[in-house]
Design a protein around this ligand. Structure first.
Ligand SMILES: *Cc1c(COP(=O)(O)O)cnc(C)c1O
Length: 421
């Protein structure tokens, strides 16, 4: 459920007419709903309410400071994957003891920053990383709390580029190596073993792979405790999918996911951490864009919009589907016509939808790409020298620009000419 609905024939974000935002900010632009973000965070928090837990927002999905502050104020922790994200989380007021550091390639500099700034835990993904972290912590006279990310070798049955829990994926250490690496961790200076971490992929639409993975984590918890490790925290990752197509069968709900967590690992006496990104942010945002031209040649029809792959890369990168709806509600039963919806960027990859049935549209009409809250604005670039797409946050009947569109001068001003030119 989200808060982007038609009211009196016009698409609103909560109580704000989106056309009003388009007039004030211009297009393309992203618009997020406070109520949807809040609701989705709360669903996860409630789903785990029977257990000691922390919901850490996977901020790589949407990392604007305003969004982080909003979620942080609700009690969210953050799952960060770079020094930049760590700095963002801190700048948004998230205390270090609510920040988890994930990722296969943390640098020693990033480790040091987090150790000095305060960190809840490092999710360590390999033996060499563990040794590096030990060195850095020891040098600083600090102790790094760690969970080892294990790779349970389950197939999340999701898109190839976002499956992370198979043996052939670059993430974590194989389960059968885990006990040895935990033994090593316990022997290294500057390292404190506190838990186990697992994350098997993103946009999962079935609970089965989670069940397989968490069952293996429960077994490993028992084994590691037998080996003498004080396993007191389980980080179960993120990955719950969202419905990108309205009306299609919906993925499992956070409540069902919570019940699964309770059933598989709930009796281990561990604190539970989860790292949802997409389910919190995905349907909390739209990309608003304007129709520039309707081009018709032979039997094809193109709707050329002012948003492009540099603003929203998911269709080009993952073949992702986004529902695309006009801001003016089409009359019921109106005849639809198929069109390819494309942006202005100079490659054919800049195609958002092919042969998509659309209601009648004219130049200047505004369109919303739904489910564009997660892995959308954060992946935007300035390809084709298109200024970075702005972001707007709505709350009730108010809205605020939370990232302004750079001016052309600001964009050019980042370049430098070397002295010899
Ligand atoms: C990307 C990622 C997540 C979030 O995944 P979602 O599908 O957005 O919920 C959580 N944990 C880790 C380690 C990740 O890499």
């Amino acid at each position: 459920m989200d808060h982007f609905n038609y009211k009196n024939g016009r698409l609103h974000a909560e109580d704000v007419d989106l056309a009003e935002i388009a007039a004030a900010v211009g297009t393309p632009c992203y618009v997020y709903s406070t109520a949807t973000l809040t609701r989705h965070f709360q669903l996860f928090d409630d789903a785990l309410s029977g257990m000691d837990h922390l919901v850490c927002f996977a901020m790589k999905s949407l990392s604007n400071l305003a969004i982080l502050k909003l979620l942080g104020d609700l009690g969210a922790g953050m799952d960060v994957v770079s020094g930049g994200e760590y700095a963002r989380a801190r700048a948004a007021g998230i205390p270090g003891d609510r920040i988890v550091f994930s990722g296969v390639g943390k640098t020693r500099e990033e480790m040091a920053e987090a150790l000095q700034g305060g960190i809840r835990q490092f999710n360590v993904e390999s033996e060499p990383e563990l040794r590096a972290l030990s060195e850095v912590a020891d040098r600083l006279g600090a102790t790094a709390p760690i969970a080892l990310r294990v790779n349970p070798d389950v197939d999340a049955r999701t898109h190839e580029k976002i499956a992370t829990g198979r043996k052939t994926d670059k993430f974590g250490v194989p389960l059968e190596r885990a006990r040895d690496i935990y033994a090593l961790a316990a022997s290294l200076p500057g390292i404190e073993v506190i838990g186990i971490d697992v994350h098997i992929g993103s946009q999962l639409t079935s609970l089965d792979p989670f069940e397989q993975a968490y069952t293996k984590v429960a077994e490993l918890t028992h084994q590691l405790r037998e080996d003498g490790h004080d396993i007191r925290r389980l980080d179960l990752g993120g990955g719950l999918g969202i419905p990108y197509t309205r009306g299609n069968e919906a993925p499992p709900l956070p409540a069902e996911y919570g019940a699964l967590v309770q059933r598989t690992v709930g009796d281990l006496g561990c604190e539970i951490e989860i790292e949802p990104g997409r389910l919190i942010a995905g349907n909390a945002g739209i990309l608003m864009t304007k129709l520039l031209y309707v081009k018709e040649e032979s039997d094809r029809r193109w709707l050329i919009v002012d948003g492009a792959m540099n603003d929203l890369i998911r269709p080009a990168m993952y073949g992702a589907h986004h529902d695309i709806v006009p801001l003016n509600e089409p009359a019921a039963g109106v005849e639809q016509q198929e069109a390819d919806i494309v942006g202005p960027v100079c490659e054919s990859g800049d195609t958002f939808a092919r042969s998509r049935p659309m209601p009648p549209l004219a130049e200047g009409d505004l369109l919303a790409f739904r489910s564009a809250g997660a892995y959308a604005a954060v992946m935007a670039s300035e390809y084709n020298s298109r200024p970075l797409v702005p972001e707007v946050l709505v709350r009730g009947d108010q809205f605020a620009v939370i990232r302004a569109r750079p001016t052309i001068d600001e964009m050019l001003g980042r370049d430098r000419l070397p002295g010899w030119l």
